[in-house]
Design a binder for this molecule. Structure first.
Ligand SMILES: *[C@@H]1O[C@H](CO)[C@@H](O)[C@H](O)[C@H]1NC(C)=O
Length: 440
């Protein structure tokens, strides 16, 4: 019960995040641009920083110390923008909200997402986060539209049921919090993607096969039979056929009538409404796997951190429990279902969620690749270089957050005024840093 709201928020909030675990770099080596002319003929400099040794660059420094310390010491020395070289790729790191916004929002067309081909294959090459331009925009609208407040509102009872069932299963058992949260976030993901009525058999098949995919995701891409990677590729194929079967059934059932279903899958199936070509089965399957991938681990990590922070602060825990209990009691001790409006009125709980997002910063950074030579604040970001907005450094900078290492939900008091849209943006990789920082 106590976690319904968390889940509702988080699923929306982190749906579009990619787990950090994507390795940094795939790219071919590029020419080392030194100095170049800006548009107005003025010489542009590369950002300050050191490139370390040839090829390995500063990779060893990064891996041999706490990455936070690595970034923090660079930032102290060079400021909000600095260059380095990791895993053979020249990178520009950006540690200010303004710069993050530049790369991810206002000039997003100049920076493209890049992932190693083996990862793309595993998630599905049609997943929206591998694309730019029109296809990306269309998919983004679809996903946003079907995971937005209007739809989530209708899913609250289903989500509440999934949470109760998970909590029920914990009774009398000792469980790893993270694993339990993963199971829970998978269940919520399934509800959100397929609506409340997915056959239990499909759900289990998806769960077991997805977990095989996940195990192979970070392995060396060796296709030799028996390796985790090979098993993952096989499981990914099974996921595709399970999804195609579900899609075929939905197409059949849905033909000729609007059954009012507004799950993500229904949105993807109806995507030809506006006259565009319908999405293919592969495009649908890749995006379903993509959303699961983006949502599950991130959500489970944040939920786990929330529990830890609350556990560490008994007073706060009690206050959150009181807030939840008041709603539970007003619903006749659970006889009436939790409503969307109630999830909006959990003021303290909401602050705890925001502060946990900030403190844990589970997506420490993201990366893009410059598609052209770009000028930022008088510095040159050469074409082909990786660009990394450092979310964690921003969230832990005392200039923006006083006493950044203190868990203090009250710093988000003002957010009662934020609307749902804003909350969603908070979680999205694009704006997590910038929006947070607009709050005084
Ligand atoms: C994967 O899906 C298939 C059906 O396509 C199912 O038979 C199997 O039990 C699932 N799980 C695993 C781990 O293979």
């Amino acid at each position: 019960m106590a976690f319904v709201f968390v889940v509702v928020f988080f699923f929306t909030a982190v749906c579009f995040l990619l787990p950090l675990c994507l390795p940094l770099c795939t790219s071919k080596k590029r020419r080392g641009v030194g100095v170049q002319s800006g548009g107005d003929g003025q010489k542009l400099r590369l950002p300050p920083g050191s490139m370390g040794w040839p090829y390995v660059g500063e990779t060893l420094q990064l891996y041999s110390q706490d990455p936070n310390i690595f970034f923090a010491s660079k930032q102290k020395r060079y400021g909000e923008i600095f260059k380095t070289n990791l895993l053979g790729c020249p990178c520009v790191m950006l540690a200010s909200p303004e710069a993050a916004k530049f790369v991810l929002v206002s000039q997003a067309q100049l920076f493209r997402p890049t992932y190693p081909p083996s990862k793309e294959r595993m998630i599905g090459p049609w997943a929206l986060f591998f694309h730019q331009g029109e296809y990306h925009l269309r998919l983004r609208r679809l996903v946003h539209g079907t995971l937005g407040p209007d739809v989530l509102r209708t899913l609250v009872p289903d989500i509440a049921a999934a949470v109760s069932s998970t909590l029920g299963a914990w009774d009398g058992h000792v469980a790893s919090t993270f694993h339990a949260m993963k199971r829970l976030s998978f269940d919520i993901g399934i509800v959100t993607i397929f609506g409340g009525q997915l056959d239990g058999r499909y759900k289990e098949e998806l769960r077991t096969n997805y977990s095989v995919v996940e195990k192979g995701y970070n392995c060396f891409p060796n296709r030799f039979p028996g390796t985790l990677y090979h098993k993952a590729i096989q499981a990914r194929k099974r996921l595709r056929s399970i999804l195609c079967e579900i899609v075929a059934k939905r197409r059949c059932a849905g033909a000729g009538r609007d059954h009012g279903d507004r799950s993500l899958l229904d949105g993807l199936l109806r995507s030809n409404d506006a006259g565009a070509a319908a999405l293919t089965d592969d495009q649908i399957a890749d995006n379903v796997v993509g959303v699961l991938f983006a949502a599950q681990d991130t959500t489970a990590s944040v939920l786990t951190w929330i529990l830890k922070y609350l556990h560490d602060s008994p007073k706060l825990l009690q206050a959150v429990k009181d807030e939840q209990m008041a709603i539970y009691v007003s619903n006749e001790r659970g006889k009436r279902p939790l409503t969307w409006t109630q999830t909006r009125s959990m003021t303290l709980t909401h602050q705890v969620i925001l502060e946990s997002l900030r403190m844990a910063s589970i997506i420490s950074f993201t990366f893009r690749e410059a598609v052209a030579d770009v000028e930022y604040k008088g510095f040159l970001i050469p074409k082909g270089w990786k660009v990394m907005p450092l979310f964690r450094s921003i969230h832990h900078n005392p200039e923006y957050f006083q006493d950044p290492h203190k868990f203090d939900p009250s710093r988000f008091k003002v957010t009662q005024l934020l609307d749902m849209d804003c909350i969603r943006l908070l979680g999205s990789a694009a704006l997590s840093s910038t929006r947070l920082l607009e709050i005084p």
